[in-house]
Ligand binder design. Structure first.
Ligand code: 1GP
Length: 247
């Protein structure tokens, strides 16, 4: 029985930081791009593979998951942009509730639509409070979810939102500037959220270099997610040797 939540929680307990690669199937439209993605996914630096996207236009969700599954046994976790992104070829799914927003469709509506498919898939469900932070520009996630991100410098709002998520019984909190954010979530926000919660903290959006990654880990992220930087430069991982993961 796959239990990636246990793996994540146990890593947090041991202060072993985890690096997650985000794969957007829409960006793997040609074989070369897919090949690059698979090479990165197999890199030793990557602990977890997240897959999903705000909008998938090329119908490649299943195909890309299948290719990743064939290439590696690393934990493969769906990070769904909507209720259609469910596949039994993955291990787990972050069942996201967009707790930073006030759009009921992404707080509970999409989850209701996905519930029967998730049950039938046999995926491990990881209930996750998802929080968008305004990191300098509108992102696909904020646009597609019709939700207003938490302002960049409102650490208190971010902290209380995460705490409420934990009190509601969610098992992880993901604070995200959105894919391709102009800058990462601030250290102060990560620290403020970390101080309030005991459950694992996932941080992503706008991580562009080893310094950004290091800062996010040091501020309290248990898992850092990188997508765009890896899409732009497959050699990015080679620069990370001294950054992650056990302090
Ligand atoms: C987006 O947190 C992820 O939801 C990753 O963001 O693509 O900016 O790395 P980037």
């Amino acid at each position: 029985m796959i239990n990636n939540l246990d793996l994540i929680t146990e890593s947090k307990r041991r202060n072993k930081k985890l690096l997650a690669m985000l794969i957007d199937p829409d960006k793997c439209s040609n074989d070369l791009a897919l090949q690059q993605v698979l090479i990165s996914a197999c890199s030793q630096a990557i602990d977890l593979i997240f897959i999903g996207g705000s909008l998938i236009t090329n119908g490649s969700f299943e195909k890309v998951i299948g290719k990743i599954r064939n290439a590696t046994n690393k934990p493969l976790i769906i990070f769904p942009g909507n209720s259609m992104q469910v596949s039994s070829s993955a291990d787990s799914i972050l069942l996201l509730s967009l707790i930073s927003g006030r759009n009921p469709e992404f707080l509970i509506g999409q989850q209701v639509l996905a519930a029967p498919n998730i049950k039938a898939s046999g995926l491990e469900v990881i209930p996750t409070g998802y929080m968008l932070i305004d990191c300098g520009k509108p992102t696909a996630a904020s646009y597609m979810s019709h939700s207003q991100p938490i302002p960049y410098d409102k650490h208190g709002i971010a902290a209380c939102t995460a705490l409420a998520g934990q009190q509601l019984g969610l098992k992880a909190i993901y604070i995200d500037g959105g894919s391709g954010a102009a800058k990462p979530v601030s250290n102060r926000t990560i620290e403020a959220v970390k101080k309030e919660i005991d459950i694992p903290l996932i941080v992503g959006g706008g991580i562009q270099n080893p310094e950004d990654l290091s800062k996010a880990f040091n501020a309290g992220a248990d898992i850092v997610v990188i997508g765009t930087a890896l899409e732009k430069d497959p050699n990015f991982l080679a620069t990370l040797t001294n950054v992650n993961q056990t302090p």
